[in-house]
Design a binder for this molecule. Structure first.
Ligand code: SF4
Length: 196
Protein backbone atom coordinates (compact mmCIF):
# COMPACT_ATOMS: atom_id res chain seq x y z
CA UNK A 1 0.00 0.00 0.00
CA UNK A 2 1.34 3.45 -0.83
CA UNK A 3 2.30 5.81 1.99
CA UNK A 4 -0.46 8.37 2.36
CA UNK A 5 -3.21 5.95 1.35
CA UNK A 6 -4.53 5.87 4.92
CA UNK A 7 -5.27 8.97 7.03
CA UNK A 8 -5.32 9.28 10.82
CA UNK A 9 -9.10 9.67 10.58
CA UNK A 10 -9.60 6.42 8.67
CA UNK A 11 -7.49 4.04 10.81
CA UNK A 12 -10.24 3.17 13.28
CA UNK A 13 -12.74 2.37 10.54
CA UNK A 14 -10.28 -0.08 8.95
CA UNK A 15 -9.94 -2.13 12.14
CA UNK A 16 -12.37 -4.83 10.96
CA UNK A 17 -9.78 -5.83 8.34
CA UNK A 18 -6.97 -6.28 10.84
CA UNK A 19 -5.68 -9.72 11.82
CA UNK A 20 -6.31 -10.73 15.42
CA UNK A 21 -2.92 -9.49 16.67
CA UNK A 22 -3.61 -5.98 15.39
CA UNK A 23 -7.29 -6.03 16.41
CA UNK A 24 -6.12 -6.73 19.93
CA UNK A 25 -3.48 -3.97 19.96
CA UNK A 26 -5.90 -1.50 18.40
CA UNK A 27 -8.65 -2.31 20.93
CA UNK A 28 -6.24 -1.97 23.84
CA UNK A 29 -4.97 1.34 22.49
CA UNK A 30 -8.51 2.71 22.28
CA UNK A 31 -9.30 1.38 25.76
CA UNK A 32 -6.13 2.38 27.66
CA UNK A 33 -5.02 5.39 25.55
CA UNK A 34 -1.59 3.86 25.76
CA UNK A 35 0.49 0.89 24.58
CA UNK A 36 3.84 -0.28 25.84
CA UNK A 37 6.88 -0.27 23.60
CA UNK A 38 6.44 -3.73 22.05
CA UNK A 39 2.86 -2.96 21.13
CA UNK A 40 3.68 0.47 19.73
CA UNK A 41 6.33 -1.07 17.50
CA UNK A 42 4.15 -3.94 16.26
CA UNK A 43 1.06 -1.81 15.60
CA UNK A 44 2.99 1.29 14.48
CA UNK A 45 4.96 -0.50 11.77
CA UNK A 46 1.83 -2.34 10.64
CA UNK A 47 -0.01 0.98 10.24
CA UNK A 48 2.98 2.37 8.36
CA UNK A 49 2.74 -0.69 6.10
CA UNK A 50 -0.93 -0.14 5.30
CA UNK A 51 -0.17 3.39 4.16
CA UNK A 52 -0.22 5.72 7.19
CA UNK A 53 2.32 8.47 6.47
CA UNK A 54 4.63 9.87 9.15
CA UNK A 55 2.58 13.07 9.44
CA UNK A 56 -0.66 11.11 9.81
CA UNK A 57 0.97 8.67 12.26
CA UNK A 58 1.97 11.57 14.53
CA UNK A 59 -1.63 12.83 14.44
CA UNK A 60 -3.08 9.35 15.04
CA UNK A 61 -0.85 8.43 17.99
CA UNK A 62 -1.14 11.86 19.61
CA UNK A 63 -4.93 11.56 19.54
CA UNK A 64 -4.87 7.99 20.81
CA UNK A 65 -2.53 8.89 23.70
CA UNK A 66 -4.98 11.54 24.83
CA UNK A 67 -4.36 11.25 28.55
CA UNK A 68 -0.89 12.86 28.46
CA UNK A 69 0.35 16.37 27.79
CA UNK A 70 1.81 17.45 24.45
CA UNK A 71 5.16 17.79 26.14
CA UNK A 72 5.05 14.19 27.45
CA UNK A 73 4.03 12.95 24.02
CA UNK A 74 6.77 14.86 22.21
CA UNK A 75 9.47 13.78 24.67
CA UNK A 76 8.41 10.21 25.21
CA UNK A 77 6.80 9.02 21.99
CA UNK A 78 7.14 11.26 18.94
CA UNK A 79 10.84 10.43 18.56
CA UNK A 80 9.98 6.74 18.40
CA UNK A 81 7.38 7.27 15.70
CA UNK A 82 9.77 9.34 13.59
CA UNK A 83 12.41 6.65 14.20
CA UNK A 84 10.07 3.97 12.79
CA UNK A 85 9.80 6.07 9.64
CA UNK A 86 13.57 6.39 9.33
CA UNK A 87 13.66 10.05 10.37
CA UNK A 88 15.78 9.62 13.51
CA UNK A 89 18.77 7.59 14.72
CA UNK A 90 20.26 5.31 12.09
CA UNK A 91 17.62 6.49 9.63
CA UNK A 92 16.78 2.91 8.70
CA UNK A 93 13.41 2.54 7.01
CA UNK A 94 11.92 -0.10 9.29
CA UNK A 95 9.66 -2.76 7.80
CA UNK A 96 6.49 -4.11 9.42
CA UNK A 97 7.01 -7.29 11.44
CA UNK A 98 6.41 -10.68 9.88
CA UNK A 99 4.28 -13.35 11.58
CA UNK A 100 7.44 -15.39 12.10
CA UNK A 101 9.06 -12.57 14.05
CA UNK A 102 5.92 -11.87 16.10
CA UNK A 103 5.44 -15.55 16.92
CA UNK A 104 9.08 -16.47 17.58
CA UNK A 105 10.63 -13.44 19.32
CA UNK A 106 9.95 -11.13 22.26
CA UNK A 107 6.97 -12.91 23.86
CA UNK A 108 4.56 -10.56 25.67
CA UNK A 109 4.88 -10.25 29.45
CA UNK A 110 2.24 -9.04 31.93
CA UNK A 111 0.77 -5.73 30.73
CA UNK A 112 2.03 -6.24 27.17
CA UNK A 113 -0.41 -6.56 24.27
CA UNK A 114 1.94 -7.38 21.42
CA UNK A 115 2.48 -10.91 20.11
CA UNK A 116 0.26 -13.34 18.18
CA UNK A 117 -3.05 -14.31 19.84
CA UNK A 118 -2.91 -17.74 18.15
CA UNK A 119 0.43 -18.33 19.88
CA UNK A 120 0.20 -16.26 23.06
CA UNK A 121 -3.45 -16.27 24.19
CA UNK A 122 -4.78 -19.00 26.47
CA UNK A 123 -7.37 -21.17 24.63
CA UNK A 124 -10.37 -19.56 26.37
CA UNK A 125 -9.21 -16.08 25.55
CA UNK A 126 -8.52 -16.97 21.93
CA UNK A 127 -12.02 -18.43 21.51
CA UNK A 128 -13.53 -15.31 23.07
CA UNK A 129 -11.57 -13.06 20.68
CA UNK A 130 -12.78 -15.08 17.67
CA UNK A 131 -16.39 -14.95 18.87
CA UNK A 132 -15.97 -11.21 19.35
CA UNK A 133 -15.04 -11.00 15.66
CA UNK A 134 -18.42 -12.66 14.88
CA UNK A 135 -17.10 -16.07 13.84
CA UNK A 136 -19.49 -19.00 13.98
CA UNK A 137 -18.94 -21.81 16.50
CA UNK A 138 -17.60 -24.41 14.04
CA UNK A 139 -15.03 -21.91 12.72
CA UNK A 140 -14.00 -20.95 16.24
CA UNK A 141 -13.54 -24.61 17.18
CA UNK A 142 -11.49 -25.43 14.10
CA UNK A 143 -9.29 -22.37 14.47
CA UNK A 144 -8.74 -22.90 18.21
CA UNK A 145 -7.78 -26.54 17.55
CA UNK A 146 -5.25 -25.49 14.90
CA UNK A 147 -3.72 -22.96 17.29
CA UNK A 148 -3.57 -25.52 20.11
CA UNK A 149 -1.71 -27.86 17.74
CA UNK A 150 0.87 -25.14 17.04
CA UNK A 151 -0.34 -24.21 13.53
CA UNK A 152 -0.60 -20.53 14.30
CA UNK A 153 -0.40 -19.07 10.81
CA UNK A 154 -2.75 -21.71 9.41
CA UNK A 155 -5.21 -20.81 12.18
CA UNK A 156 -4.88 -17.14 11.24
CA UNK A 157 -5.47 -17.97 7.57
CA UNK A 158 -8.69 -19.82 8.51
CA UNK A 159 -9.74 -16.71 10.41
CA UNK A 160 -9.15 -14.65 7.26
CA UNK A 161 -11.15 -17.12 5.16
CA UNK A 162 -14.04 -17.02 7.64
CA UNK A 163 -14.04 -13.22 7.44
CA UNK A 164 -13.98 -13.24 3.64
CA UNK A 165 -16.92 -15.67 3.48
CA UNK A 166 -19.07 -13.16 5.37
CA UNK A 167 -18.33 -10.32 2.95
CA UNK A 168 -20.64 -10.15 -0.02
CA UNK A 169 -18.69 -7.19 -1.41
CA UNK A 170 -15.57 -9.25 -2.06
CA UNK A 171 -17.10 -12.68 -2.42
CA UNK A 172 -15.42 -14.69 -5.11
CA UNK A 173 -12.05 -13.38 -4.12
CA UNK A 174 -9.61 -16.27 -3.97
CA UNK A 175 -8.76 -17.61 -0.56
CA UNK A 176 -5.04 -17.47 0.17
CA UNK A 177 -3.28 -20.52 -1.24
CA UNK A 178 -0.68 -20.59 1.56
CA UNK A 179 -0.70 -19.49 5.20
CA UNK A 180 -0.41 -15.74 5.75
CA UNK A 181 3.12 -14.60 6.48
CA UNK A 182 2.53 -11.10 7.80
CA UNK A 183 -0.23 -8.99 9.35
CA UNK A 184 0.06 -6.65 6.36
CA UNK A 185 -0.57 -9.49 3.93
CA UNK A 186 -3.67 -10.43 5.98
CA UNK A 187 -4.90 -6.84 5.72
CA UNK A 188 -4.28 -6.65 1.97
CA UNK A 189 -6.16 -9.91 1.39
CA UNK A 190 -8.97 -8.86 3.72
CA UNK A 191 -9.47 -5.53 1.98
CA UNK A 192 -9.16 -7.11 -1.46
CA UNK A 193 -6.25 -4.85 -2.36
CA UNK A 194 -4.17 -7.80 -3.61
CA UNK A 195 -4.91 -11.26 -4.94
CA UNK A 196 -2.88 -13.98 -3.23
FE1 SF4 B 1 -0.88 -11.61 13.47
FE2 SF4 B 1 0.50 -13.33 11.96
FE3 SF4 B 1 -0.47 -14.08 14.35
FE4 SF4 B 1 -2.07 -13.68 12.29
S1 SF4 B 1 -0.48 -15.29 12.46
S2 SF4 B 1 -2.42 -12.96 14.38
S3 SF4 B 1 -1.12 -11.95 11.27
S4 SF4 B 1 1.12 -12.54 13.97
Amino acid sequence: TAAGAVSADSVDSLGANFPLCMQHLHAQLLKDHHLRHGGRMQLGLFLKGIGLSLQEALVYWRRAFNSMTDDQFQKGYAYNIRHNYGMEGRRADYAPYSCHRIIMTNPPGPGDHHGCPFRHFAPERLRAALHQDSLADPDVREIADLAAAGHYQVACTRHLEAKLRRRPSIQGQEAPSAPVTSPNQFFDLCTGSVVS
